[in-house]
Design a protein around this ligand. Structure first.
Ligand code: CA
Length: 442
């Protein structure tokens, strides 16, 4: 079942004693409570929840939470994100309710315990925010029909969308080892490229470096090998969402992608935001599945479910901001390059997960499924430079007068995500940022 019902944890009138959580601009009010992993320098990883500009150490406050669930208490004490995610939705919902109560304005247990607060409530600015868990497998989809059409048109003007697109969620197996948390520098990759007017390829630094604005879903409870997950139960196997920047070397991609798809053009780095916004936090921000055109095929039965059609999408606005090195040096504010909407995706995360497991493939706690570039019908919705600049033909001029077709060394790309609806407390994802640094030896 898709959870759209709300409870006391979503109540917009609910306040926290953590002051910074009451800032309306904060991504992390009491209604959000995303999960992540954090540590102070030279300490072990701990599981935490973001609240305002602070992080709550879940292991330190576990005795106060009254969870009555030994497995959950063990997971919190261990600092092991995979162990926490493996417990599935009911345990995560119980944790959310308990943390919400602890941080609520009138709850004195932690609020009035200065010694415990000093250990358990830590400014995020002084912490290292890591990946939320060990990511065993990473799959990247291609779920935006607008992105697929825009990119397809660059290569096949008369036939932009391939015939399988509206039948099957297209994806590829990505590289989990190079997924990094926000703030990690991204080294411009070397690769093999071939210009159209050359007979042979050359090897050197990528010249057409791009970002891709995406959203990823973390797998919670897994499935046994050989046991598919029906779409109606797909969300029982998801924990929540993060922002994903699928850095892409377009010149490498162009030469290598046929016939087996992306490889080294994608595997050099993928940046994610460190806080997992849970499906329970997102319950009030669900949206109907993509509105198909009358001529579009109905999904095959294993990808068709009334609940998914009703509320399978997420209403998340995702933005991409750019600041060149010169802009930062001169104190010029970042510029917004795009603003898309996750609800514009052709396929839902439920459909992507059900499809992934439909052949019996086993998904494991902590696997990451990314959406593919989030693009919409208008130019301002385009979630990568390949689309925005039409492969460099329509360059972007920055406030400093600098021109961008693709990314230059020193460019900082920051993705932001936010859920906003009238009558609700807005929640966000925190930044997903990375600075491009020059290739070594280049
Ligand atoms: Ca991608």
């Amino acid at each position: 079942m898709i959870t759209t019902e709300t409870d006391a944890t979503h109540d917009p009138a609910r306040r926290s004693w953590v002051e910074s959580a009451e800032d309306p601009a904060s991504d992390f009010p009491l209604q959000n409570l995303p999960l992540g992993r954090l540590r102070r320098p030279d300490e072990a990883w701990r599981l935490g929840v973001a609240i305002g500009d602070q992080a709550l150490d879940l292991g330190a406050v576990a005795p106060l939470l009254g969870l009555a669930d030994p497995e959950l208490e063990r997971a919190l004490a261990s600092g092991d994100g995979n162990a926490l995610f493996a417990l599935g939705r009911p345990a995560l919902r119980a944790l959310r309710a308990a943390v919400s109560a602890l941080l609520e304005r009138d709850d004195a247990r932690l609020r009035d315990d200065a010694a415990l607060r000093a250990r358990a409530l830590l400014p995020q600015a002084g912490l290292e925010l890591g990946l939320p868990c060990a990511i065993g497998d990473y799959t990247d989809y291609y779920a935006s029909v607008h992105h697929a059409t825009n990119v397809g048109r660059l290569f096949r003007p008369d036939n932009p969308l391939l015939p399988n697109y509206k039948w099957i969620p297209i994806g590829y197996h990505g590289r989990a080892s190079s997924i990094v948390p926000t703030g990690t520098p991204v080294v411009r990759p070397h690769g093999q490229t071939k210009a159209d007017d050359q007979d042979a390829p050359t090897f050197g630094p990528c010249r057409l470096l791009d970002y891709e604005v995406e959203v990823g879903a973390f797998v919670g409870a897994g499935n046994a090998l050989g046991a598919p997950i029906p779409l109606a139960r797909a969300e029982d196997h998801l924990v929540g969402l993060v922002l994903v920047n699928d850095w892409s070397a377009r010149d490498v991609q162009k030469w290598e992608y046929q016939p087996l798809g992306p490889f080294l053009a994608k595997s050099f780095a993928t940046t994610i935001s460190p806080w997992v916004v849970t499906l329970d936090a997102l319950a009030p921000f669900r949206a109907p599945a993509f509105a198909r055109d009358p001529g579009d095929p109905r999904p095959l039965p294993y990808l068709d479910d009334p609940d998914d059609q009703r509320a399978g999408a997420f209403d998340v606005a995702v933005e991409c901001w750019l600041a060149s090195a010169r802009m930062r040096a001169e104190g010029v504010a970042p510029v917004r390059l795009s603003r898309g909407r996750l609800a514009d995706m052709y396929w839902s995360f439920g459909q992507m997960l059900a499809h992934h497991a439909s052949n019996g493939c086993n998904l494991r706690p902590g696997d990451l499924l990314a959406s593919g570039t989030v693009s919409g019908p208008a130019k301002e919705h385009r979630g990568c430079l390949l689309e925005l600049t039409v492969r460099g033909q329509e360059p972007i001029t920055l406030p400093t007068g600098e021109v961008r077709r693709f990314l230059q060394d020193g460019d900082e790309v920051t993705l932001r995500g936010r859920c906003e609806r009238p009558g609700l407390r807005s929640i966000g994802f925190g930044p997903c940022a990375g600075v491009v640094v020059g290739a070594p030896g280049a």
